[in-house]
Design a protein around this ligand. Structure first.
Ligand code: ZN
Length: 473
């Protein structure tokens, strides 16, 4: 069994430093890509420092964090006395046992550069600890879910930071933390999340408001930092920042019940898919999304999909052992395979079947929707056909954001009746060109959309909707 629980060590991170960082992120639809655009727009001399990213999962080990922080500080020391530091922080990182990684990074940078303007761009799912606002000068986050506006939002943060550094604006921040965590709520047309996004966009257009972001919070972290919040940045007007943030907080309190989701079992999702018009239906395996911390090897939806007597595709199952067996057997070989189910109850029992190896790849793609232009590495991967289903098995845990990992293996999404992906909502951006029929299946799992059903012993059990678990509605 390959473990992913425990603590995240250095090997869990993909790291880029110095010029390599620009090669990796320049021109991409990522936070760092947007920062590089803002630097170019300001004519700034850029010192690319460090970028480290791990797929969501366990807390980060203290030794690993210390090493990453030291690498960042070493780069900043070498850069000299910077006016502006642009930070790409997700906003739910935890250093063992329960320290906010985002606050830790800011404390370290602030101690080194007490006079620099520090700008932070965070994920829509960020948990924003109040201490973060004492350390940062500018805070923005994404409006969209799927996060297709990451570069736009970081470019804004960078532009505000450069404006502040030259004295053109005086950013002041206000935060409104709410005693709630939102279930995964995409900003698709007609949804309450889209209404909420439109409200904060309208607020951002008001005179004196520099940025206003509503953070849904990261509902799979049971930590003190976890909560939804609103962060408003105005040009020197504390009262305006407070007023705008309070308006969003009130809206969210009034409308929160509309954010609850009606779950579909895998069987129900497949039935709904097959009952509709012909064409491809894309189904997210929402309760095992590696992007939320799921293992990526749950078999509940896969097992149900294998019963469908039509062409189907499943991307991806995280299973390095089965990939290794496929590599040993070679393309064209038919062999008994064991797929997924290696991580306790959440993964379900493994699927045991006879499969044919149809393709072997290095698993490296360039993303085309969210994080457009940025590479993603699924590790050595195999297309294994079981009955009428093409299963793509990967040796790295990764969320599937777009069709590229299918295409790499010769799987054209439009040729399947159903494509199932390890993702809860981000796939909606990447697969929009394949099908507008998209569903989410809710199998048992640690990243369930019905977040109130996840067992919790920590502080988040007191937040809505967990606190209202037994309430009638
Ligand atoms: Zn997110």
């Amino acid at each position: 069994m390959v473990e992913y629980l425990g603590t995240a060590d250095l090997a869990a991170f993909s790291c880029h430093h110095g010029p390599d960082l620009i090669t990796e992120f320049g021109g991409t639809a990522t936070v760092t890509g947007g920062y590089l655009d803002a630097c170019a727009g300001a004519g700034a001399e850029v010192h690319p420092a460090a970028h480290a990213r791990a797929e969501p999962g366990p807390a980060v080990g203290a030794d690993a964090y210390r090493e990453l922080e030291e690498r960042l500080l070493a780069q900043l020391r070498a850069a000299g006395d910077c006016d502006v530091v642009l930070l790409d922080l997700h906003g739910a990182g935890v250093v063992v046992p329960d320290r906010s990684m985002d606050v830790a990074v800011l404390q370290a940078v602030r101690a080194l550069l007490p006079r620099a303007v520090l700008a932070v761009t965070m994920d829509l799912h960020a948990n924003v600890p109040p201490a973060l606002l004492d350390l940062a000068d500018v805070v923005t986050g994404f409006h969209e879910y799927p996060h297709t506006d990451a570069a736009d939002r970081s470019r804004l943060a960078g532009e505000l930071a450069f404006a502040a550094a030259r004295g053109a604006v005086t950013p002041v921040l206000a935060q409104h933390r709410l005693p709630m965590l939102l279930p995964p709520s995409p900003t698709v047309a007609g949804s309450p999340a889209a209404e909420l996004r439109d409200l904060v966009r309208e607020i951002e257009a008001r005179p004196g408001v520099l940025a206003c972001t509503v953070f849904h919070g990261f509902p799979y972290a049971d930590t003190e930092q976890a909560a939804a919040s609103v962060v408003t940045v105005t040009d020197g007007d504390h009262a305006l920042a407070e007023k705008c943030g309070a308006e969003v907080a009130t809206w969210l309190t009034v409308h929160r019940e509309r954010f609850r989701t009606a779950p579909l079992t895998p069987e129900q999702a497949l039935h709904e898919a097959l009952a509709g018009a012909p064409g491809t239906v894309v189904i997210g395996d929402g309760s095992d999304n590696p992007g939320c911390g799921g293992a990526g090897d749950s078999t509940y939806l896969l097992r149900a999909l294998l019963q469908v007597p039509e062409p189907t595709c499943f991307a991806t199952v995280w299973d390095p052992e089965t990939v290794a067996a496929a590599v040993r057997a070679g393309v064209g070989a038919t062999l008994p395979v064991r797929l997924g189910g290696r991580h306790d109850w959440a993964s379900g029992p493994p699927v045991e079947a006879e499969g044919t190896v149809r393709a072997l790849t290095d698993g490296v793609i360039v993303q085309t929707a969210m994080r457009r232009g940025k590479r993603a590495d699924f590790g050595t991967s195999a297309r294994i056909t079981v009955g009428t289903c093409d299963v793509i098995v990967a040796s790295q845990r990764r969320q599937v954001l777009d069709p590229e990992i299918l295409l790499l293996h010769g799987c054209v999404p439009e040729r399947y009746r159903i494509v199932a992906v390890k993702s809860v909502n981000h796939f909606r951006a990447g697969f929009a060109g394949v099908s507008d029929r998209m569903l989410v299946a809710d199998a048992p799992g640690p990243t369930a959309r019905t977040i109130e059903q996840i067992p919790r012993t920590g502080p988040t059990r007191l937040l809505w909707p967990m606190s209202a678990r037994t309430a009638t509605r």
